[in-house]
Design a protein around this ligand. Structure first.
Ligand SMILES: CSC[C@H]1O[C@H](OP(=O)(O)O)[C@H](O)[C@@H]1O
Length: 350
């Protein structure tokens, strides 16, 4: 796939504007901090790893702009970092990437040029690492995919959501690359339609067989025995394996359990938040009511009640395993998640 989701060249940050897909492929230059924050909030760029990467570049762009105005100092960058972290509360990759950026300039506060080049370099490193991480997740996850499998997935977890081939969808790409005949049931993923607009588009671009379904069809497909495995992405994973992901993921996990279908999460280790013990502590983003109303062309009204959480939390006991760049983490998650970097050497997928 040679479509670039995020491009940083000659100190310019461009993103493929995902709010226009699949109808238009248009790049948008993000020239300053407010444009980066707007792009993240409005889902022009979205997907846990992708928003972390763009936020990291965004802080570097902000440092360049401040330097040109002779206003660059550590405190100004700390304020900007806080604003970026608040752009979307659930995906921990955003906080993780920004904290990484702030850590690299912690001891460079007296040298503006050093701070700028360190921020640019670290953002590029985060981007390159994610590209490699996606490849590893794809390879480990491919071990779960048999020839002829029907895979059901939710939301978008492909190259549009990451710095590489993707997480859950990256596994589909790897399986296809390894000449496995796979087919994907794509949940449309209301209300924003990341599945219908983005995943369905990615898979058709790649020539991988895909069938678009509405979210309420998943259960009957499973009952008819048409789904071999469910794999989704994640936005934040607690130390006990409880996982926040796009709204509707929990329903899929319950349905998969009821039909004895394997349910896996695919995510980079940067999506784990070991500061929280369980999913109850994961902040869930509440999004504007208009996202639901506009689908039916219902004009917004202050008196209308609309419930629109962007994510839900799937308890670890409904998850068969978590596919990461270190391998597939199995239960007991409480024990195995914290030991991941030590426990898994390359190729130790279990
Ligand atoms: C690899 S992307 C992870 C995650 O991000 C998406 O959320 P959003 O489209 O709101 O950014 C979705 O939950 C994906 O599973």
């Amino acid at each position: 796939m040679n479509i670039e989701t995020i491009r940083f060249k000659n100190n310019r940050l461009l993103i493929l504007d995902q709010t226009l897909l699949p109808h238009k492929q248009e790049y948008r230059t993000l020239k300053d901090l407010s444009q980066v924050i707007e792009a993240i909030k409005s889902l022009r760029v979205r997907g846990a790893p992708a928003i972390g990467i763009v936020a990291a570049y965004g802080l570097a762009i902000h440092a360049l702009n401040l330097k040109a105005l002779k206003k660059l100092d550590f405190v100004a960058l700390k304020n900007a970092a806080q604003q970026l972290k608040q752009a979307r509360p659930t995906a921990v990759n955003l906080k993780w990437a920004i904290d990484r950026q702030m850590a690299v300039i912690e001891n460079l506060q007296n040298d503006q040029d050093e701070m700028v080049s360190a921020l640019i370099h670290e953002a590029k490193t985060i981007h390159d690492e994610d590209r490699e991480t996606c490849d590893k997740i794809g390879s480990y996850g491919d071990a779960l995919i048999a020839d002829g499998f029907n895979i059901l997935t939710h939301c978008n977890t492909g190259f549009l959501a990451t710095g590489g081939i993707g997480t859950a969808l990256g596994i589909v790409y790897k399986a296809a690359e390894n000449h496995k005949k796979v087919h994907v049931f794509v949940d449309e993923t209301r209300p924003v339609g990341q599945g219908a607009r983005l995943t369905f588009w990615e898979l058709n671009q790649a020539g991988i067989p895909a069938t678009l379904i509405t979210d309420n069809m998943a259960g009957s497909l499973m009952k008819e025995g048409k789904v071999d495995i469910v794999i989704t992405g994640a936005d934040r994973i607690a130390a006990n394996g409880d996982t926040a992901n796009k709204i509707g993921t929990y329903s899929l996990a319950v349905l998969a359990k009821a039909h004895n279908i394997p349910f896996y999460i695919a995510a980079p280790y940067s999506t784990f938040d070991l500061n929280i013990d369980s999913g109850q502590q994961i902040p869930i983003e509440q999004r504007p009511k208009e996202e639901v109303l506009q689908f039916w062309n219902i004009p917004s009204n202050d008196s209308y009640q609309v419930y629109n959480p962007a994510f839900d939390v799937t308890p670890g006991d409904l998850i068969n395993g978590i596919i990461t760049e270190f391998g597939i983490i199995k239960k007991p998650f409480e024990k195995n998640i914290i030991n991941v970097p030590k426990q898994f050497n390359k190729g130790d997928a279990t």
